[in-house]
Design a protein around this ligand. Structure first.
Ligand code: PLP
Length: 481
């Protein structure tokens, strides 16, 4: 037996490289990352390849080790080339993400020490770090510091936690579901619909509240709907508002919605996955008033704080409600009961074991201070306005309303031919060029191009380049008409 154990140990020890081996691995990895960062300004934002990364399958998972240089070459060719390059400042589609360097250092440390951030007993320091971060977020949106918070993998899980908490806080049991009513607009993010379904609420009455011309929820219409539903014997219980919609960046009138929610005792969930962090800057706060009226709110550090993907957050004003919806007990966890100075993240979310994601947020905030984040956010607001103004000066463009946040919509009206088709071809031409990436949507049943500014590497030079590319492509398309 002991021989077998020794034999296995010899192989298993390969999992623990010695210092010199670590060094030999870390150098090429740092070299790859350095090369990536040093060339980020000239790398394409979008690359269409024939094979779409399929080459990664050519080296299947097996017992045979492969050297780091060969692996980095594979990553470079099959992973980091095809598709969207979200680290590029030219990423102006959907809602751009981040990827600040300092977070990578936090991830490195978190992965090496692998602190258990799910349970207070296991890592009180990691849990306090998470709570300090969510309390800081609470202060940004005007929540009291008694609010509970949880760092999630992203906005979708954060929205799910909000919806599940609302369901349980309002005691929407199976019997109540068919007469319980949820209110949202058709511009609410699809992760809300998903959350409603996963939470078992798909058989609730779902009301789409009409919007104003700027695609913001019409509070008068909401009030009338809720009043009518209550009078008809239904049970209105949840209203979902957006602090920055994905399509156009619209902020619903939160103070008015807050009043209605209070009057009718509705749970107000605010989806600020994209927009909430803009409240860090004065310019953003001008449109984001009323977030403090929410019962629960979602904000995505991997959007608004420029973190790498895998960082969302949800805050719930009533700690008890969040805990009641997610608390669990397990016999094998009995030791943890001894140490409950602070709530365990596992009691506030569907996750038990989770990535120590507090570290990738805490480290950059502490290393840099908040000022550069605040400045970058205000810069993005101005860049969106700058883009819109330049486009308004350019003949032929139909430009959407002034943005609440950092999304601008537009389309080109060609002198002849189908408008939607022209703009579809315009987007395709921009994608084929690849220097910047814009996306399109159907807004009011019209094919519309959108520019969303949120990548931390997007600066005024990026916007000037984007305008240049758009004009070039329009000219080419007109010539070929
Ligand atoms: C991105 C986004 C989401 C979903 O968040 P993920 O982090 O992608 O899961 C939800 N709501 C809004 C408004 C968003 O922009």
């Amino acid at each position: 037996m002991i021989e077998r154990i020794r034999e296995l140990e010899a192989i298993a020890r390969r999992l623990e490289p010695a210092s010199a081996e670590r060094d030999a691995l870390i150098r090429p990895v740092l070299g790859y990352a350095d090369e990536f960062l040093n060339t980020i300004d000239t790398r394409l934002t979008y690359v269409e390849t024939e094979d779409k990364g399929i080459g990664i399958y050519e080296s299947p998972i097996s017992d045979t080790p492969v050297g780091i240089d060969a692996l980095l070459a594979m990553v470079g060719e099959h992973v980091d080339r095809p598709g969207i390059n979200p680290a590029s400042g030219g990423h102006l589609g959907y809602i751009p993400g981040g990827g600040i360097f300092h977070s990578a250092l936090g991830d490195y440390l978190a992965d090496i020490t692998n602190r258990y951030a799910g349970v207070f007993f296991a890592s009180p320091g990691a849990v306090r770090m998470e709570h300090m971060l969510t309390r800081w977020m609470a202060s940004i949106v005007g929540f009291p510091d008694t609010a509970a918070g949880n760092l999630t993998s992203g906005g979708s899980i954060a929205n799910l936690i909000g919806v599940v908490t609302a369901r349980d806080a309002r005691q929407i049991t199976t019997r109540e579901i068919p007469r319980s009513v949820i209110y949202l607009t058709s511009h609410a993010h699809h992760s809300i619909d998903k959350a409603i379904r996963i939470a078992g609420l798909r058989e609730c009455v779902i009301r789409h509240v009409p919007m104003d011309a700027g695609h913001r929820m019409d509070p008068g219409a909401l009030d009338r709907m809720v009043t009518g539903d209550a009078a008809a014997g239904l049970r209105p219980f949840l209203v979902v508002a957006s602090a920055g919609t994905t399509d156009v960046g619209a902020v619903d009138p939160l103070p008015a919605i807050g009043d209605i929610a209070e009057r009718h005792q509705l749970w107000l969930h605010v989806d600020g996955a994209y927009g909430a962090f803009f409240a860090l800057c004065d310019e953003g706060r001008k449109v984001l008033g009323g977030m403090d009226r929410a019962d629960s709110i979602v904000m995505d550090p991997h959007k608004g704080l420029f973190l790498p993907y895998g960082s969302g957050a949800v805050l719930v004003k009533d700690t008890r409600a969040m805990q009641d919806a997610h608390f669990y007990v397990a016999n094998y966890m009995q030791d943890t009961a001894a140490s409950r100075d602070e709530a365990s993240p596992a009691d506030l979310s569907p996750e038990l074991t989770k990535h120590f994601r507090g570290m990738r947020l805490w480290l950059p905030l502490k290393l840099l201070g908040v000022a550069p984040f605040r400045a970058a956010l205000e810069e993005k607001l101005w860049l969106a306005r700058y883009f819109r103004e330049r486009l308004l000066e350019t003949p032929g463009f139909e430009v959407g309303p002034p943005p609440d946040l950092s999304v601008v919509t537009f389309r080109y009206i060609p002198p002849k031919g189908d408008v939607a088709e022209f703009n579809q071809r315009l987007v395709q031409a921009i994608h084929a060029d690849g220097r910047v990436f814009l996306s399109s949507s159907m807004i009011d049943d019209q094919f519309t191009i959108r520019l969303a500014v949120l990548a931390f590497r997007t600066h005024v030079s990026t916007i000037d380049l984007t305008l240049k590319i758009i004009n070039e492509k329009v000219a080419e398309l007109l010539r070929s008409q």
